[in-house]
Design a protein around this ligand. Structure first.
Ligand SMILES: Cc1ncc(C[n+]2csc(CCOP(=O)(O)OP(=O)(O)O)c2C)c(N)n1
Ligand code: SF4
Length: 342
């Protein structure tokens, strides 16, 4: 299963409409190409009964990611989880929704704790037991960033997964360094001459991970769960430091309908504000081209965090600035048909 998925990438012949959940699409592809979730043998590492909001992209992304990692490692997996929504909604004491060996670290040290777990497994001779660290964008791009960079720089044998919902959701939607410009959060209110998050701030941790030259970096999205599984399986086939950054819409923090999670994740990609790429040892080796380009306002309008951008004509310039950001992303990776690159 594992090898055949790898052999099938990246040119699996599926139509666009099949790319959402893959529950229907799965029946249309050959057995070896079906997703991990399509198998009755899936591990259900994150099982039912957790307390995520309806339509939580993070819960969906984590279930697919960890099940794929369980498949790739034959269940020999330890997951270290930073503080945040994923930790809180899965483990209200004394309950747990995890069916995988799972540790809660502090908010900012998941990468360091995972490094210790991986070293302990090595020293004890359990080399087949693999380690994952996971956390939200606040835990990853802000408070845990030093530990993460250390883990990359030492090339520790850990896959770190960031679930990027673009703010500190668990504590009431505060801005992180992954919050997009203009977005309203509790700490970037929609008031004043430049409402919402400030333009020209923030950072791209996927790009920073690439700059560390680690064996594998990928971005992924709940818009394409098959691609997400493929990237996790690929990452688990490699040793050393690996990083996957998954875009996960958050209905509560974004002010969106729970049934719109996948649609918004897809629009983020199709407008160019979130890009899908892979890199190995510091070199970009793959990117997902845009299939049906849309202007950024199609993605922004359904979200209450951007509602102030559509109240008056004076905000048009700010939407144009976001469009310019998307255009830059698209140009940087050559995401339109006919453009070159890997
Ligand atoms: C050192 C420390 N500071 C602050 C907190 C409070 N805290 C818990 S979860 C959280 C936000 C988590 O945000 P993020 O990492 O983006 O994950 P999300 O909840 O959005 O998935 C904060 C600030 C903490 N637990 N520890
Ligand atoms: S606040 Fe957002 S990330 Fe947290 S459980 Fe709800 S939808 Fe998921």
């Amino acid at each position: 299963m594992h090898d055949s998925i790898l052999a099938a990438e990246p040119t699996q012949k599926l139509r666009f409409y099949q790319k959402g959940t893959f529950t229907v699409g799965n029946r249309l592809v050959s057995e070896p190409e079906r997703s991990v979730q399509a198998s009755i043998d899936r591990s259900n590492a994150l099982t039912c009964g957790h307390r995520a909001c309806q339509g939580c992209g993070e819960a969906l992304g984590a279930r697919f990611a960890i099940d794929a990692a369980m498949r790739a490692t034959g269940g020999k997996l330890i997951a270290v989880n930073a503080t945040g929504c994923l930790e809180v909604f899965t483990t209200p004491y004394p309950e747990t929704s995890w069916q995988v060996a799972w540790l809660h670290s502090l908010f900012g040290n998941a990468a360091a704790v995972a490094t210790g777990v991986a070293a302990a497994m090595r020293v004890k001779g359990h080399r087949q037991v693999r380690t994952i660290a996971q956390g939200g964008d606040g835990g990853t791009t802000d408070i845990g960033f030093g530990c993460l960079s250390g883990m990359f720089e030492r090339n520790d044998d850990v896959l770190y997964i960031c679930y990027d919902n673009e703010a500190y959701m668990n504590t009431g939607v505060q801005r992180s360094s992954a919050t997009p410009p203009a977005a309203r959060t509790a700490t970037t209110p929609a008031i004043g001459a430049e409402p919402g998050n400030v333009f020209g701030t923030g950072k791209s941790v996927p790009k920073i991970a690439v700059a560390h030259g680690i064996p594998y970096v990928a971005t992924a999205s709940v818009a394409d769960l098959h691609d997400l599984e493929r990237k996790v399986i690929k990452a688990m086939g490699v040793h050393g430091a690996r990083y996957i950054h998954i875009h996960v819409p958050c209905p509560l923090g974004w002010g969106t309908a729970s049934h719109d999670t996948i649609r918004l994740a897809r629009l983020a990609i199709e407008c160019g504000l979130f890009t899908l790429f892979e890199a190995e040892h510091g070199v970009i080796t793959g990117r997902r081209k845009i299939r049906q380009r849309v202007p950024v306002d199609e993605y922004l309008r359904p979200q209450k965090r951007f509602a102030h951008l559509f109240k008056d004509a004076a905000s048009e310039q700010r939407v144009a600035s976001l469009q310019a950001l998307a255009d830059r992303n698209i140009a940087e990776l050559g995401l339109l048909d006919g453009e070159g690159g890997p």
